[in-house]
Structures are given as C-alpha cells and as structure tokens.
Design a protein around this ligand. Structure first.
Ligand code: NAI
Length: 479
C-alpha cells in the first residue's frame, strides 16, 4: 500500500515509460476518448466498483482510465499469467497525475510471469475490496466470474471438494484458495456474489461459460456478451490476431514463415485472422475444422482443409485457435518435425496437451528465453512451445494494437454503463448490446480513419426498410 492504494506490480519505476505509451495509445483509441468526452459531465459509472480481470496492457490502461473518468472505482488483475505489460501496470497505479512515491491511480495486481498461485491470488484481490464489496465485474475468459460462482457453490455446500488427480494444476490452485477462504469466512463469496450487479465478458471462451451457467440456471447475476458485438469479434478476434499472431511468432523465434507449412486449427474469427497473418508472410496454410461451414469458408479463401493427424508430419508451425481442449495432443507433438513451432492463441492452454508434455519423464526441457521452451524427445527431435501453450500473441508479443482494442473496449464501457445504470431491466441471463450501439462504435472508428459514410436518402431508407439513422441491418444479418 502506498498513498492509500494497495497494489502488486513489478516495478513502479516503469510508470513514466508506461505513461508515454498510454499517451500514444490514447490517440489510437478514438472510441474510448469519444466516450470520455460524451460522458464527461454525467459520470454514469459513479458508485460502480468494478473488478476487472483482463490482460493488463497499455490498451487496458486506457480502458481503466476511461472507466474511472466516467466515475467508477476499479481494482484490476490480468487474465493471463504472461500478458501483463509491466510498464502499463505501473503507470495505471501511478495514474496520470501521481508519482511512484505518491501514486494516485488504481489498485493493480498484475505482473508478467506470475505463477498460477500468484495469478489466483491477484484475481482474489480484485474481488476483495477494503470496504463495500465489488458491484460489477469486467471479465475476459471468465476467471473472476468463476471464482465468485465456485466460491458461492462451495459455501452453500459447506465444503470444497478434494478434486481429481487429473484435474489441471490451475483448478487445483483454485480449489486450494477456496478451501482456505471457506475456513476463514464461510460466507465471503456468497456476499460478493450478492453484491455483484452484473458482468460484461470480453471473449468467446468466457461467453461460452456464461451461456452454460445460464442454461443450468446457475448464473448469479446478469451478463452482457461483449464478444459478440460485431465491432468486437469481427474486428479484434480477426484483425487483431492478424497483427499480433505473427508479432508473437517473430519476437519468440525469428523463424522465417515464408515457404513454411503452417497449420491453423479452427477457422472461426481468430482462425481466420491467424491464417491471414501467416499467409501474409508467405506461409502455406492448412486449416483444420470440425464445422463444415467454417471448413468451406477456409476452402473458399484458398486454404487446404485437412485433419491434423494427416498433416502433422509436414507442419513447420501449428497454431490452435479453437477455444476447445486437446486439439494438439502429445502424440501429435511426438511426430512433428525437428524444431517445429507449437503455439496457441485460444483463451486457455488446454488446446495443447501441455500437461502431458510437462509431466513426461522421457522429455528434456530446455528454456530458450522467457516464454520460449524447447522440448526434446527421446529420438532427438525437439519442438518449440511458445508461452507454455498460453495466448502467445500476448505472452510473446504485446497483444492486439490499440486501434482494434478501442472497438472492443468501447463496447465494454457501453456495456458497463448499461448494466450498472439500468440494472433492474436485466435478469440473470446473457444479453447482447443493441445494434445501434454497435454501429455507433463503428462510426467513430470509420471517421477516425478518414472514411466517409454514404447517407441514405429517406426514399432509399424506405425502400430497404430501415431508418435513415440506422440500425441498417436486421438482427439476423451476419456481416
Ligand atoms: P469461434 O467459435 O469463432 O472459432 C472457433 C472455431 O474452432 C470454430 O469454428 C469451431 O468449429 C472450431 N473448432 C472447435 N473445436 C475444434 C477442433 N477440435 N478442431 C478444429 N476446429 C475446432 O471462436 P473465436 O472467436 O475464433 O475464438 C477462439 C478462441 O480464441 C477462444 O478461446 C477465444 O476466447 C480466443 N480469443 C483469443 C484472442 C487472442 O488475442 N489471442 C482474441 C479473441 C479471442
């Protein structure tokens, strides 16, 4: 704690560098800056106590300062052990007007290279407020939401289950934390759950978790699915990864992608951006899919569609983007080329059978540098795994660039305002933002890029059955 702010970051001395990058990012985030201007006087988030769990990057610092500008208090952690940019975390603690000696920003609990224990400690810190509990969650992947739900569930049962031997290490850590908290305060998470008015969720995987909770009738509070705003998933997931995937591979390995065979597993939004990113460098891209519609899209875009099992031997690079588990198995990695690269940009590391790789006694592990590891098999061939199978675009590089995140985060801010301000209108279900707001976010960014929108005449609007001011598409339109 310094100047009344509790925090845990790598080094507050990095704040000045962080602040310079934040200043540059603000110019590239016109959506967030427009929201600051629009709500400067109203302060629609006054009274909101937001627990934020989202990659603690420079772009996120601009999001945090937009939320506080609009009246909110926040506590923040990263949603991944490798994704924090330490200078951005430091600058967010110090704030625009503070100094490292006298910080005036917000409590941040995040540093690059956390252990799993530290990660879940940080997540607990953002939900544990000094006075009244948090009343909003801003989540990316659903870990903060998971902690509140699991904590409440175990408190109701009066016991934390022992867990299974083959549970991921990560889940064992969660069970351990919740066991300790149950012993200390048998209603801690129930109280937090009751205080939370809602959650706004950033990503596909987190949104999937929310729909599953809602279907089982177990969702404790309303949720807004930010991911499926068109200006989020059709931009961040696709064009964001087009930028940051190759950035991560290059910074990690500096291996030339031109001419190489790259397999992209999954051809959803992230898969499409990934294939684009690799083909842009001249790689020969093969796609794997389970869904015939996405598979056909890949073929129309010029990619071979194959089963991983049939192409693994010729792959120089394999990138998973499915949001599913066990996509690249231990058996696959055994059969790969010498020094083939394996990486994941889906939300969790279980897309790659990392546990089998790390727990195997016959495999030699050589750390090349942070977030780049070589695993040597008994036959002498090795593979390079990036970011221990976690989001490599954030672990090995700095994630998506500001301009695309301005779209995503504008939706986040709008969703927070909506759910906090009109809470009584929402049930314990998952909602989407209205199309008019999606179009509003897009418009700011079109104009920032110097684009000119064609104006409908009244006659034309009537002819296609829309309002001159929009929304311009029916709900069923797919973009
Ligand atoms: P999506 O649902 O659009 O795409 C996933 C695709 O994978 C689907 O087309 C699905 O049919 C396919 N798939 C599922 N299981 C498969 C399997 N076993 N083999 C081959 N294909 C399979 O989801 P989206 O939006 O592309 O997100 C994918 C993941 O990336 C999620 O975990 C999401 O949270 C994460 N994400 C990561 C970002 C990053 O910066 N790295 C940014 C945005 C999302």
């Amino acid at each position: 704690t310094r100047n009344g702010i509790d925090f845990a970051v790598a080094d507050l001395g990095l704040a000045e560098y962080g602040r310079k990058e934040i200043r540059l990012a603000e110019h590239e985030m016109p959506g967030l800056m427009a929201l600051r201007r629009e709500y400067a006087d109203v302060k629609p988030l006054k009274g909101a106590r937001i627990a934020g769990s989202l990659h603690m990057t420079t772009q996120t610092a601009v999001l945090i300062e937009t939320l506080t500008d609009l009246g909110a208090e926040v506590r923040w952690a990263s949603c991944n052990i490798f994704s924090t940019q330490d200078h951005a975390a430091a600058a967010a603690v110090v704030g625009p007007y503070g100094t490292p000696e006298k910080p005036q920003g917000v409590p941040i609990f995040a540093w690059k290279g956390e252990t799993l224990e530290e990660y879940w400690w940080c997540t607990e810190q953002i939900l544990t407020w000094p006075n009244e509990p948090a009343n909003m969650i801003l989540d990316d992947g659903g870990d903060a939401t998971l902690l509140v739900h699991k904590g409440t569930e175990f408190e109701k049962a009066g016991v934390v289950p022992p867990g299974e031997e083959d549970d991921p290490d990560e889940y064992k850590v969660v069970l351990g934390r919740l066991r300790a908290s149950l012993a200390a305060d048998a209603s801690k998470w129930t109280k937090i759950g009751e205080s939370i008015l809602g959650v706004t969720e950033e990503t596909t995987t987190g949104v999937n978790r929310l729909y599953q909770l809602a279907a089982q009738g177990e969702l404790l509070f309303p949720a807004i699915n930010v991911n499926d705003s068109v200006t989020k998933s059709k931009f961040d997931n696709k064009y964001g990864i087009r930028h940051s995937l190759i950035d991560g591979i290059n910074r990690a390995t500096d291996v030339m992608m031109g001419g190489k065979v790259a397999v992209v597993c999954g051809y959803g939004d992230v898969g499409k951006g990934s294939a684009d990113s690799l083909v842009g460098q001249g790689a020969r891209v093969i796609v794997t899919e389970i869904d015939p519609i996405n598979a056909l899209q890949a073929q129309m875009d010029g990619y071979e569609v194959a089963v991983l099992d049939n192409v693994i031997e010729k792959a120089d690079v394999v990138i998973t983007t499915t949001g599913n588990k066990d996509v690249v198995t231990f058996e696959h990695m055994k059969r790969m080329k010498h020094q083939a690269i394996v990486g994941n940009v889906g939300h969790f590391d279980n897309e790659i059978e990392m546990m089998a790789l790390e727990r195997s006694k016959e495999i030699k592990h050589v750390n090349i540098k942070p977030q780049v590891d070589e695993f040597i098999f008994p036959d002498g061939h090795s593979i390079l795994v990036l970011s221990e199978g976690r989001l490599l675009n954030l672990g090995n590089a700095t994630g998506h660039p500001s301009f695309v995140m301005s779209n995503s985060f504008s939706n986040q801010v709008i969703a927070q305002i909506e759910l906090y301000g009109k809470n009584e209108e929402y049930d314990k279900e998952v909602y989407m933002l209205p199309k008019a707001l999606d179009e509003k976010v897009a418009k700011v960014h079109v104009e920032a890029l110097g684009g000119e929108l064609t104006k409908l005449t009244k006659d034309q609007a009537e002819y296609i059955g829309v309002d001159v001011e929009g929304p311009y598409k029916p709900e069923h339109y797919r973009y």
